[in-house]
Design a binder for this molecule. Structure first.
Ligand code: URA
Length: 417
């Protein structure tokens, strides 16, 4: 088999065979297929697409390109959750303890933030001492004992995705539904859970700009799950404004703490309760989502969900005194209120702009080597549908930078009346 013919087949709109996909992944990972040929194939896939069967085969080949974790010796069904990424998305920090406090076993591998979206690992690392260890043994032990663990991405897992994602990033082939689906699903499958819940976001702050495209991606990932015998379910949720009020690492941890105590923003709380109830039924711990929802709400009320978060942070060596007393978290040097210069009703809050501004304030990375300021970010004071008077507070910027006037006006323009 030669790579040039595989590229030719896809260029001409043909369906790739299992052998062709296997040949490509095996030889690209080993280094015998160069980046220029892989790029040509990715662009042909981008332009001609892949059907559900080809995508499932590509997913399986990527999954098998590295280690596959076996969690089967942990009692019960293990559940994982994945969000396609958004702004202010601290769901895992809230959902994990909610689910684990009801008997669920959450086994989650998370990534770091890049560009306008934040990463769960960075948020967790804003808790002093928190360890995102990449050791499967500690990970398994903690799932067994605590009911949840969140681990950094292991370099031995899905090396095909690591190479392909880096190449897609620089060849304008990221926003391709079969490539996104196989990238997400191969990592999720390799990390060993029995059930997976996907939160596919759409809107200005998400990969998928329309609800239709988000449904297309969700359906394809569910289909891959079916082909490969896993219980995969998906929610399609909007990202036309940041989730909750806080955007930025320790600001989001503080919001997650409030939400676990039942005092968080409604949109975040409702999404976590809904997702959690689906996960608990996937894990067969409850018959219906209504029963699962009741159990979660009860555990928020009686404090067990918050206690589970404290237990989880302690197990991963984080300093729990920050969780018990969030005022201890480092505060940014400059706290800058942004007031409205008009009145009206908020129609949209451009999540992409808010995410980029939070990054520029120091709360995110432009390139992977950038160092994050954990206290930087933005806290909204208004959400879609809110009435605003002239001179009212729209949001507050948090930064250690001394020059931020451009970011101030950019942030203000993100509020569309
Ligand atoms: N997230 C992933 O893991 N892969 C993609 O291709 C897009 C989003």
């Amino acid at each position: 088999m030669i790579m040039e013919e595989i590229i030719e087949h896809k260029r001409d709109g043909l369906k790739l065979t299992r052998d062709e996909i296997h040949f490509f992944i095996e030889n690209y990972v080993s280094g015998s297929i160069p980046d220029y040929q892989a790029s040509a194939l990715l662009m042909a896939i981008y332009l001609k697409g892949m059907d559900a069967e080809e995508t499932a085969i590509l997913t399986l080949e990527m999954e098998n390109s590295g280690e596959i974790w076996d969690l089967s010796d942990i009692p019960g069904l293990k559940i994982d959750k994945h969000s396609t990424g958004g702004v202010g998305d601290k769901v895992s920090l809230v959902l994990g303890p909610m689910v684990a406090s009801c008997g669920g076993k959450l086994a989650k591998m998370s990534g770091r933030g890049l560009g306008h979206t934040g990463g769960t690992l960075d948020k967790l690392e804003s808790i002093p001492g928190f360890d995102i260890y990449e050791n499967i043994h500690e990970f398994k032990e903690q799932i067994r004992n605590v009911g949840m663990a969140i681990i950094g991405q292991s370099s031995d897992l899905d090396p095909a995705d690591k190479k392909l994602y880096a190449l897609r990033d620089v060849t304008a082939t990221v926003s391709c539904i079969p490539l996104i689906a196989s990238s997400i699903m191969s990592k999720k499958l390799a990390s060993g859970s029995d059930c997976i819940l996907l939160d596919v976001k759409y809107g200005c702050g998400a990969f998928m700009k329309t609800k239709e495209k988000a449904h297309e991606l969700a359906d394809l990932m569910i289909d891959i799950g079916k082909h490969l015998g896993k219980d995969v379910r998906a929610e399609v949720t909007d990202m036309d404004q940041p989730l909750g009020f806080a955007v930025g690492n320790n600001l989001e941890v503080k919001e997650a703490i409030n939400t676990l105590k039942g005092h968080g923003p409604k949109d975040l709380f409702n999404l976590c309760v809904n997702s959690g109830s689906i996960m608990l039924t996937q894990a067969k711990l409850f018959k219906t989502t209504e029963e699962a929802k009741e159990a979660i709400l009860e555990n928020v009320k009686n404090g067990k969900a918050f206690e589970k978060f404290v237990e989880f942070v302690k197990a991963q060596k984080g300093d729990t005194s920050y969780i018990l007393n969030p005022d201890k978290f480092e505060m940014a040097k400059n706290i800058v209120p942004i007031y409205s210069d008009k009145e009206g009703i908020i129609k949209r809050i451009d999540a992409l702009t808010i995410g980029k501004c939070a990054m520029k304030l120091g709360g995110g990375r432009e390139v992977i080597t950038d160092v994050i300021n954990m206290s930087a970010g933005i806290v909204l004071n208004k959400k879609i549908g809110d009435k605003v008077e002239k001179g009212e507070l729209l949001c507050t910027l948090y930064t250690n930078k001394n020059e931020y006037s451009e970011i101030e006006s950019e942030t203000k323009n993100a509020f569309i009346f």
